[in-house]
Design a protein around this ligand. Structure first.
Ligand SMILES: [Cu+2]
Length: 176
């Protein structure tokens, strides 16, 4: 008779204690989580801008074009000539376009009489020199095209260098 009576008032207490414990755990878990999320993000942002020279990648572009492809084909190449406007190498490390799910920097290499293209982490625009993006050499590829490209359309393509500077090329779509 005494045992069930003791057990009855204890149960709500136990539930309350568990709820408090759960709340404390949740608060305890959330706090360090948001701390660790904020700290590296702040560090990354600081590291991403080592020089205040974000902004424009020092180059001019001529003869930019995106090769028109039939509607069923979902990848294409981008060609252009880049000319450095400053006496320093520019290391291009990224490329993107809103027209494509993915864009890649590529190099064409001949080895053992076989010519093939491979992805590369960077393309270098030499100081006061030019970088030619062409079908026989370095180039940019757009993959997973979001819509069929129409000749006459202009596609923005953004190049990023290792200092975070960007250059957006407005490349017309042209038949090969
Ligand atoms: Cu390619």
């Amino acid at each position: 008779m005494t045992a069930p009576r003791r057990a009855a008032p204890r149960r709500p207490l136990l539930i309350a204690a568990l709820l408090i414990l759960a709340a404390a755990l949740a608060a305890g878990l959330l706090r360090p989580r948001s701390d660790t999320a904020t700290t590296p993000a702040t560090q990354t942002a600081a590291q991403a801008t080592p020089t205040p020279a974000s902004g424009s990648l020092p180059a001019t572009v001529t003869d930019a074009r995106v090769v028109a492809v039939p509607p069923g084909i979902r990848e294409t190449s981008v060609f252009a000539t880049l000319r450095a406007t400053r006496d320093a190498d520019v290391r291009i490390t990224g490329v993107s376009s809103p027209a494509a799910g993915r864009a890649m920097l590529m190099v064409t290499r001949t080895r053992d009489n076989m010519t093939g293209m491979t992805m590369t982490d960077s393309l270098t625009l030499p100081a006061d020199g030019t970088l030619s993006l062409s079908d026989t050499g370095d180039h940019v590829m757009l993959m997973n095209l979001k819509e069929p490209l129409q000749p006459g359309q202009t596609i923005p393509i953004t190049l990023t260098d290792d200092q975070g500077r960007t250059l957006t090329i407005q490349a017309p779509v042209m038949k090969p």
